[in-house]
Each structure stands twice: as C-alpha cells, then as structure tokens.
Design a protein around this ligand. Structure first.
Ligand code: BGC
Length: 262
C-alpha cells in the first residue's frame, strides 16, 4: 500500500483495531494517544511484531497547537499523510438537567472539535500534495468515527449524541466541499462494540442480555469488525464512496423494538 495513516485514540478499543488493520494492509501508522503512552507503545509493538510499521505520538486532539505539532512530527517521520481516521472520542454521561458545562465541553471538544482540527490539517496536506500516481486514486481519505447515535437519540448522553450528530453534518459538508480535490470523507457508525467505553453495558450477563435486545443480529460487535471496515473504506475498492455513513451495528439502527410491535 505504501500509504501513511494517522489514527487518533489508537491506544485501545476501536482505534487500536483500526490501526492494526491499516498496518496489516501495508500502511505506516501513527498511533495517537492523549495520556496512555504505555498502551500506545503496546499497539506499536503488536504492529511491528506482525511486520508492520508504526509509532506513537501524544496529542490532545482538542488542542490546536498539539494537533499541528503532531502532524508536523508525522510529516518528518513519514513525509505526508494519506489516511486520517478521526477516532478519538469519549463519553461523560449525565442526566441532562445535571450535566455540567465541563461535561458538555469535554465531549464536544474531543468528539467534534477534535475531528475538525485533525481533518483540517489532513485536508490542507491532501490539497497541497494532490493525487500521487500509483499510490491511491484519491488525494486523501478521512474516516470519521461516528456512532449509531448520530441518528438514534440517547437520553442520559445528550452531549455525546449531539457530538455525533455534529460529526455527521461536518462529514457530509466536508465531503461536498473537498470532493473536487479528490478527497473522500466518510463516517463509520458503530453500534455496541465491546470496548472499555461501554463496559457497563456488557460486563454482567444481565447487562449483556439487556443490550442484546437492542441488537437484532444478537451479538456484541468486536473492535476488529470496525478495523476491517476502516481498512476497506480507506482502500481504492471504496474509491466511489464519499459523504456517507456506513453503519456497522448488527441492526441496532433498525428500530428493533418494532420487530413485532407498533
Ligand atoms: C457508545 C457506546 C454504546 C453504543 C451503542 C456508542 O457510540 O459509545 O457506549 O454502547 O454507541 O449504544
């Protein structure tokens, strides 16, 4: 493949699986993390042990200067960027009336503004460099990690659902504006994927059973499911896809409550 990829929040969970899948497809991968240096180094070790090429960089994606420094460092190491996976994200859950401004700002800052800052840097480089013959049909690919909650309202998580709704419209508007530059922008909308972010939803049999009532396909997703999809979306096999969200959710967006009701 010979392309360079940056995956934000790649020290664990979905981001780690995406980084591993991109490296397995032949990309050089930057493993971004904010405060999990050891975990990020472990992701790097897994990739290098499998014959891939990766290294870790710290940056808080909601901080403009840190994002710009991370891209500068990546260009020193790998020369350029071909694939950005805007994955870093978090939850700060609260009942709406009790939600603090800090809980709101933290989630919007990382999940939405962080995706903006990284996408803007990547798009600048894609436009500057253009399409490289023989490397990819596109000048660059931006994959935004969204959620089923870009369309499924989520009480108790208003900040999170708002951030993902914002990611959806940011992704589509960027895709429209950047397509003439041969830049593809897409989102992945994961459903319930087994990671630490939703541990309370799967760690006891009771919680898992309740969760499975929301998933017609009757299994929780694995980070590797999303990793494979991201690698495919970044490839030229997906060259005609831009401006849309691919949901990977075992049917969670199919209103399972209506299966025999309504
Ligand atoms: C959230 C998880 C949740 C899943 C399905 C994800 O975006 O981060 O906590 O389990 O959506 O509701």
């Amino acid at each position: 493949m010979g392309q360079s990829a940056l995956v934000t929040g790649a020290d664990s969970g979905i981001g780690e699986a995406v980084a591993i899948a991109l490296a397995a497809a032949g990309a050089n991968v930057v493993i971004n993390h904010v405060d999990a240096h050891e975990a990020a180094e472990q992701t790097v070790d897994k990739i290098t042990a499998a014959g891939g090429n990766a290294y870790a960089i710290h940056a808080d994606v909601s901080d403009e200067a840190e994002v710009q420094a991370m891209f500068a460092e990546m260009y020193k190491q790998y020369g350029t960027i071909d694939i950005l996976v805007n994955n870093a994200g978090l939850q700060r859950d609260s009942k709406f009336v009790d939600m603090t401004l800090q809980q709101w700002n933290t989630v919007i800052g990382i999940n939405l503004t962080g995706q903006f800052l990284c996408a803007r840097e990547a798009a600048r480089e894609f436009i500057r460099r253009g399409v490289v013959e023989g490397r990819s049909r596109a000048a660059g690919k931006i994959i935004c990690m969204s959620s089923v909650h870009e369309v499924i309202p989520w009480g108790g998580h208003v900040n999170y659902a708002t951030s993902k709704g914002g990611v959806m419209m940011m992704m589509k508007s960027m895709a429209q504006e950047l397509a003439p530059h041969k830049i593809r922008v897409v989102s992945i909308g994961p459903g319930a994927i087994q990671t630490h972010i939703n541990q309370s939803a799967w760690q006891t049999p009771e919680a898992l059973n309740a969760l499975l009532t929301l998933i017609p396909y009757n299994r929780i997703g694995e980070p590797e499911d999303i990793g494979q999809l991201a690698a495919w979306l970044a490839s030229d096999q997906a060259d005609y896809i831009t401006g849309t969200t691919i949901f990977m959710d075992g049917g969670m967006t199919l209103y399972p409550g209506f299966a025999d009701n309504g």
